[in-house]
Structures are given as C-alpha cells and as structure tokens.
Design a protein around this ligand. Sequence first.
Ligand code: ZN
Length: 101
Amino acid sequence: MTVSKKKRKRSDTTTKWERCKAYFGYRCAYCGKAGKLTKDHVIPRHYGGPDMVFNIIPACQSCNSSKGKRNAGQWYRQQPFYSMGREVRIKMYLFNTCMNL
Ligand SMILES: [Zn+2]
C-alpha cells in the first residue's frame, strides 16, 4: 500500500469549499449520494451566475451533468430523488453564506 503525500495549499476558497462540503455531510446536495463531488453553480454560469461561494454547492457528477444549464430549483423539483428537506438545506446554506460575506 502506497501513501502519496500531496502538498496542500490552503487558500481561502479551498477552506470555504471544504466547509461547504462538510455542511452537506460530504454528500451531493441534491440526491444525497456520497462520492466524488463537483462544484455546482446554483445559478448556472451560462445565466451569469457568479463563480463565488454563495453560488456553489457540492453535487455528484450525475446530478451536475443532468442539471446542465438549467436553473437548480426548476431542475431539482423534477427529479425522482427530490427532497424538500434537502432543498431547504440548500437554501439555508446559500442564505447563510450570503449573510456571512
Ligand atoms: Zn447527486
């Protein structure tokens, strides 16, 4: 077994992203699956959504690519794994992040 030691640069953005993932329990904010998480823009960049912490939540690869350029709220409610609890959690997160900027 080999352990590779990666140099870790802790920029402010990285810390915030870590906190963001921790808030969602290191799971996809939409479907709740654990695994590799990507940064999902709640308001797609396509529609001018900023590349900032208050617009980014963790999403699994499948949710991220399924959502594509659609608005998170509209897309999410059409999904079979939609959960109102998780939607509230997402909204609370975005709200709190905005407030703490
Ligand atoms: Zn997902």
